[in-house]
Design a protein around this ligand. Structure first.
Ligand code: MN
Length: 732
């Protein structure tokens, strides 16, 4: 059992002058809270944190990490809290302990590669500080070393998790010795017989060939000396698991694996590495295709070395690895080798530390990232662009950063997305726009009658959710338009004595839609009418002769009016925004005909979008309050749209007066689109103009100018179309 003083000695050895008080304090704290606890082996629990701290000194970790090694199980396994840790040790150590506690709470069940990969990423993403992962690896390494005390199923489960998750993480971080030991230990518990057989054979091989290996070493050493290169030569069996993998993958027997022993030459410089390679290749014939230059092509985990296989004495193949001392150190310590200490033992500035390992992560993710993304990762976390969350069943799902509960819902199923009303995260209710965080357990709440909102598009992050929401909105709008188009047709057809329903059933509308409009079907024509792209008159024009469609009478003033009546330009883009659901069909109530600038309210109608009333409209009293929806004039609109407005003018019935009034309207920069006149018994003219105006202020100006026309008695804004009988557009 390792003693505290040994740990302290090791840390002060590689970090002279560092303040080691934190380690002593952590030892005492851990001893107190773990008091009375034992491991499965029956030993006092404290042995485990001590061994973990000792492994961390092997990685030459800073005093805070070593102290965290002593404290790592305190929050998870004792009554102590993270607040108490923070009080006693400050935020840095508390942050590390918290990270470890979080990781210890997630368990990995699945075996699929993709799941495992996501799980690895999640562990990395959850660890804002790379030291959390290194401490976790040390923790796992000691647990694996002492796995024998656990019951067999627990052994298998932990070994599987170690093999699938932690060994690959150690590999990615370039910590070769931990990766190797974790793999071999996992293999031992997952395949006990194979492991035992192989371990025995390798030991025998080592015994039998010991003299031979020494001889080869001697030859290499002599050759180096001959060429004036100083290098350290060693020969040792390759990793047990890697030998097994080779036997399995290449389906060969142990006897046929030639390079069980790897020779290693460690020199001072890169130049010498290539010199040694030349020496080896000129001494023994290289096996074609077996030379690998990991110096020129550094591995993703920073590993550098030259590997070659040659045909040695007696025709036996042997592998030689050539590297510098620095490369050797990195092969063992990986990211931990890049730990930088200032004089006095403190870790270098935080940014430098982050940069050092993020630079390695860049290497690691080389194939995926460009330099811009790298800069982003410098600013963000470890996987700043991804979050990993769990379904209630424990499946892992991956999302882009910023993804919401709605993204999660759509990832389950389109229907779940379309019907989601809320979510539970880690058992607590959250709003739909809740931003997912790695490690969250997410459950979606749905309701049959709920539908997506255009609002959602402002906070979803996954393209899947965006596509599905847009699709729903589009389909929904089309459905609304079809319903509206049908109603409009029924009404207008009826006015001309036609039965729309019968013609629809007979396929007449279908035929006209295809032949005359070139549309895909009858529904498309209804949708077009509903959207306002096609008028019912256009459709009737294909059914009735023109004379039946013509206006019933031409008023006496029509000719004058025509001079001022422009071609009606229809801009169907709504000048009104409906909160949450823009692009919805918006209509203006005829009863009050609101204009931009007027105060307005919206009401949701059955299948006809939203009807906009002015705030003072008397008909509001009759409308169900639940249907009310917030609307506003779209001030951000670039293209000017106009709205029809009505003006009632009472004047003397005199010649020329209409032209004067028309000129006044024109002077106010407005177009007349309709006109009616009534003569009263007192010989007064009541004139109704429909004009196109920008907004309420524009209308006010027109009224002002009309008021100045001679013989005009009274001018006012009229809300109802006198000739239309005052029916409000839209049903409620
Ligand atoms: Mn532990």
């Amino acid at each position: 059992m390792v003693r505290l003083e040994e740990i302290i000695e090791k840390v002060s050895g590689y970090s002279p002058g560092a303040d080691l008080e934190v380690i002593r304090k952590a030892y005492v704290f851990s001893g107190v809270v773990h008091q009375g606890q034992t491991r499965m082996s029956g030993e006092p629990y404290l042995i485990h944190p001590l061994e973990v701290a000792d492994i961390l000194t092997g990685l030459k970790m800073d005093p805070q990490s070593v102290a965290t090694g002593l404290l790592h199980d305190t929050v998870e396994d004792t009554h102590t809290t993270i607040e108490k840790i923070e009080d006693a040790f400050g935020p840095e150590v508390a942050g590390l302990v918290d990270g470890l506690t979080k990781i210890s709470r997630i368990t990995f069940e699945k075996k699929e590669d993709r799941e495992a990969e996501n799980f690895r990423k999640m562990i990395l993403a959850m660890s804002k500080d790379i030291r959390v992962i290194l401490i976790k690896l040390a923790d796992r390494l000691h647990n694996m070393r002492t796995l024998g005390a656990l019951p067999p199923e627990r052994q298998k489960k932990i070994a599987r998790e170690t093999f699938d998750i932690y060994a690959p993480i150690a590999n990615r971080l370039g910590i070769g010795w931990i990766k190797t030991e974790l793999e071999d230990l996992s293999f031992k518990y997952l395949e006990p017989e194979r492991h035992a057989m192989l371990a025995e054979r390798i030991a025998r091989e080592w015994d039998v060939k010991h003299d031979y290996i020494e001889k080869i070493k001697g030859i290499i050493e002599a050759k180096l000396k001959e060429h004036g290169v100083a290098g350290e030569v060693s020969g040792r069996p390759k990793q047990l698991y890697s030998i097994y993998k080779k036997m399995r993958d290449q389906d060969v027997e142990f006897e046929n694996i030639y390079d069980i022993i790897a020779y290693r030459v460690i020199v001072k410089s890169v130049k010498e590495c290539y010199e040694v390679l030349g020496i080896i290749h000129s001494t023994w014939r290289p096996v074609p295709g077996r030379f690998k230059d990991y110096i020129a092509l550094t591995k993703g985990n920073m590993y550098q070395s030259l590997h070659t296989t040659v045909v040695g004495p007696y025709g036996v193949r042997m592998e030689v690895q050539i590297r510098t001392e620095e490369m050797h150190r990195i092969a063992d310590y990986g990211i931990a080798a890049h730990w930088k200490y200032k004089e006095g033992g403190a870790i270098d500035s935080k940014d430098d530390k982050r940069f050092a390992w993020l630079r390695q992560l860049l290497e690691w993710h080389k194939e995926l990232k460009d330099s811009d993304e790298f800069m982003d990762s410098l600013r963000g976390g470890l996987f700043p662009e991804e979050v990993f969350v769990f379904t209630p069943k424990g499946d892992i799902k991956e999302f882009p950063a910023g993804a919401s509960a709605v993204d999660f819902a759509y990832s389950i199923h389109t229907d779940v997305g379309n019907r989601c009303t809320g979510a539970k995260v880690n058992g607590r209710m959250v709003p739909l726009k809740y931003k997912l965080r790695s490690g969250d357990v997410v459950e979606i709440i749905t309701s049959q009658n709920h539908h997506p909102s255009k609002d959602w598009l402002s906070f979803v992050a996954s393209s899947r959710a965006k596509t599905r929401i847009r699709h729903w909105i589009k389909t929904d709008e089309r459905q609304l338009s079809i319903t509206l188009g049908k109603e409009l047709c029924e009404r207008e057809f009826g006015k001309h004595g036609l039965e729309f329903g019968r013609m629809w059933k007979a396929g007449d509308i279908e035929r006209i839609a295809r032949d005359a409009f070139g549309l895909s079907g009858a529904e498309s024509i209804l949708a077009g009418i509903g959207y306002g792209k096609i008028s019912v008159q256009q459709l009737l024009g294909k059914i009735l002769p023109p004379e039946k469609l013509a206006p019933k009478k031409v008023s006496a003033f029509q000719k004058v009016l025509d001079k001022f009546k422009p071609l009606a330009k229809t801009d169907r883009k709504s000048p009104v925004v409906v909160k949450g659901i823009d692009d919805v069909m918006v209509k203006f109530a005829r009863c009050c005909n609101p204009l931009p600038g007027d105060e307005i309210v919206g009401f949701i109608t059955h299948g006809q979008g939203v009807t906009v009333h002015s705030a003072g409209c008397p008909s509001l009293m009759q409308i169900d309050k639940d249907r009310r929806i917030d609307v506003a004039w779209d001030r951000g609109k670039k293209e000017k749209t106009t709205r029809p407005a009505r003006i009632e003018v009472v004047c003397r019935n005199e010649k020329g007066l209409l032209a004067d009034m028309s000129n006044a309207i024109k002077a106010a920069d407005a177009n007349i689109t309709d006109f009616h006149i009534k003569i009263t018994p007192e010989n007064k003219a009541v004139c109704n103009f429909e004009v196109e105006v920008m907004d309420a202020a524009h209308l006010k100006n027109i009224i002002k100018l009309l008021g100045k026309v001679k013989k005009v008695l009274k001018v006012q804004r009229a809300v109802r179309d006198a000739s239309a009988g005052g029916e409000a557009e839209g049903t409620h």
